[in-house]
Write a protein that binds this ligand. Structure first.
Ligand SMILES: [Zn+2]
Length: 567
């Protein structure tokens, strides 16, 4: 076509064709962003590895060799030379408590206190700078790091907190220690009964020691003032910035409050959500979402609702996970069903309501009988309402009865698991439940062998949000005490590729978003993370030290280590 004809043709195009056809007739549009010279692990089975990726708007438009993708380069394309570094799909954390995590970034840290004295000293220091009337909260203490590993009591901290209410949580979130001021505010005395699904720990005389388990913590939570709007906004912003810095591009917020969701909606409207959020409020409020017709994964790419979080039981470390047989070291104790399970038919009714409304159900279940009971209820729902793509989830799925792996697969239940808990609980699990039950604990390999889908997460603020620590945990199963360098129940180790898949496609599937994200493939949202080292080729022991260089959400650079001064 000569110059004159081409001009005529262009005029025809501009005048006559709809805008969409116009762009097709022209040469391909240029990409906004190209990342080239990378080692890309795509998590896309049709093209597992590539060198370059092109992004247009918030979507990936091309993946392939650097030469292929270069065809998308235009005058205004921003090009990043990755210098051969590893690029992965952004991590999707399937189980977080996002606002609590953000709050915790500013709260007292007790997890690495290695003695009861150090625990008390840090609370004393905090009390000195705490405004009168404000509570000291957070903490994540872990008495198993102390010698002797005794549960703390209020006497340890009463003298240094005579006017300050304190309620510091055990790291597993299933127990907390209140001081005398807090017990008084909550009205807890020797006469207060244990609530269903909870326990007030008492001394030989029957007086509360300050330690409260599971539902008993509600006595305290009722009297702690709620976060103000500004505090909640601050916590959410802290959490968003931190998530970007560790390469987490999506989170699934379990037990989100409506106030949390309102903050997310506000940030979304201001264009300030830099992590995609799927929020699951408590199932005790199932009617709210049901009555307005919200269904699973309702919303947009940055904010979705339509899931519900339920509780079957407690935790291993607090002795409240619900087992068929007693714990080895706690008399007849075999754990507690949660207050939502008293009676079990109450939970079944809520499941039926949720399922009829098209809402997704995510149930915390840890002990073998707790898990079995939930599978029974899930089967009841299928029987009543018929087969459907409902993607039931069990959160944690820690200690499995041997027969339940098959039931997980048959009911298409997703195992939403947190590998960091394995290297943490692995320190003491066998002394609590013995070798046989421990062999089916955090049994990630066995789940995959049975065709069960895994979704990876951390349970942040209970465990660290950093995904590389979770990949490290799944690949090495090296317990935090250094006693299992070759892996605790090493048969259950996963490969790096399997761990990444569970953390990307697996988590995306768990929120009905596997067509939108979870892999680096044309058409998908451009959520990606560039790492300092190649976790496929370094020794697995080093994976936890790997840093995030850059994080992209929808093609937007939301974290840059060199700009943040981390390099
Ligand atoms: Zn949790």
């Amino acid at each position: 076509m000569n110059h004159r004809n081409r001009l005529l043709w262009l005029i025809v195009l501009v005048c006559c064709l709809a805008p969409r056809e116009q762009s097709q007739a022209q040469s391909k549009p240029a990409a906004d962003l190209i990342i080239t010279n990378a080692k890309i692990w795509t998590v896309d089975k049709s093209l597992p590895m590539a060198q370059a990726v092109a992004v247009l708007g918030d979507r990936i438009v091309a993946v392939g060799s650097s030469a292929d993708v270069d065809a998308w380069r235009g005058r205004n394309t921003y090009v990043i030379d990755a210098d051969g570094k590893l690029l992965l799909p952004g991590f999707n954390d399937a189980h977080v408590h996002f606002v609590s995590g953000g709050t915790q970034l500013d709260s007292i840290q007790l997890n690495d206190a290695t003695s009861a004295q150090e625990f008390a000293r840090r609370i004393h220091e905090r009390a000195k700078v705490t405004v009168k009337g404000e509570w000291i909260l957070g903490g994540n203490w872990d008495e198993t790091k102390w010698n002797p590993p005794n549960m703390p009591t209020k006497e340890l901290i009463d003298v240094v907190t005579p006017d300050t209410p304190v309620f510091v949580s055990r790291y597993d979130g299933h127990m907390g220690l209140a001081n005398s001021v807090a017990l008084r505010l909550a009205g807890i005395t020797a006469k207060t009964p244990d609530p269903p699904g909870g326990a007030i720990v008492r001394d030989a005389q029957g007086n509360p020691t300050g330690a409260l388990k599971d539902a008993a913590t509600d006595y305290i939570y009722k009297v702690i003032p709620a976060l103000s709007r500004d505090q909640r906004m601050q916590a959410a912003k802290r959490a968003l910035a931190y998530a970007a810095s560790v390469g987490v591009t999506s989170v699934q917020h379990m037990e989100a409050s409506y106030a949390d969701i309102a903050i997310y909606a506000e940030l979304l409207q201001r264009g300030e959500l830099t992590t995609r959020i799927y929020a699951a409020p408590l199932i005790t409020h199932v009617e709210d979402q049901a009555k307005i017709g919200v269904r699973h994964a309702f919303g947009g790419p940055y904010l979705r609702i339509g899931a519900l979080k339920a509780y079957a039981d407690g935790s291993l470390g607090s002795g409240t996970a619900y087992f068929y047989e007693p714990f080895l070291n706690q008399g007849n104790n075999r754990g507690l069903l949660s207050d939502e399970m008293h009676p079990i038919s109450l939970m079944r009714d809520r499941y039926m309501t949720a399922d009829a409304a098209g809402l997704q159900i995510c149930t915390h279940a840890i002990g073998d009988e707790g898990i079995s009971t939930i599978l029974d209820l899930y089967a009841d729902v299928v029987k009543a309402h018929g087969e459907a793509d409902r993607r039931f989830r069990i959160e944690h799925a820690q200690h499995m009865a041997a027969r339940d792996f098959d039931r997980f697969a048959q009911l298409h239940v997703i195992a939403s698991v947190q590998p960091y808990h394995a290297i943490d609980d692995g320190r003491f699990a066998e002394s609590h439940i013995g070798h046989d039950r421990a062999s089916r604990t955090y049994a990630f390999r066995t789940f995959l062998d049975h065709g069960v889908r895994l979704a990876f997460g951390t349970d942040w603020e209970v465990a660290p949000l950093d995904p590389l620590l979770t990949v490290y945990a799944a690949v090495t199963r090296a317990t935090l005490d250094g006693k299992n360098p070759n892996g605790w129940f090493p048969r259950q180790k996963l490969s790096v590729a399997e761990a990444i898949e569970a953390y990307t496609m697996g988590s995306a599937y768990a929120e009905f978003q596997e067509k939108e994200k979870g892999s680096i493939a044309p058409g998908k949202l451009a959520d990606m993370v560039l790492l300092s080292d190649d976790i496929f080729s370094i020794v697995p022991e080093k994976i936890g030290d790997v840093r995030v260089l850059e994080t992209f959400v929808g093609g937007r650079l939301v974290f840059n280590a060199s700009a943040a001064g981390h390099q």
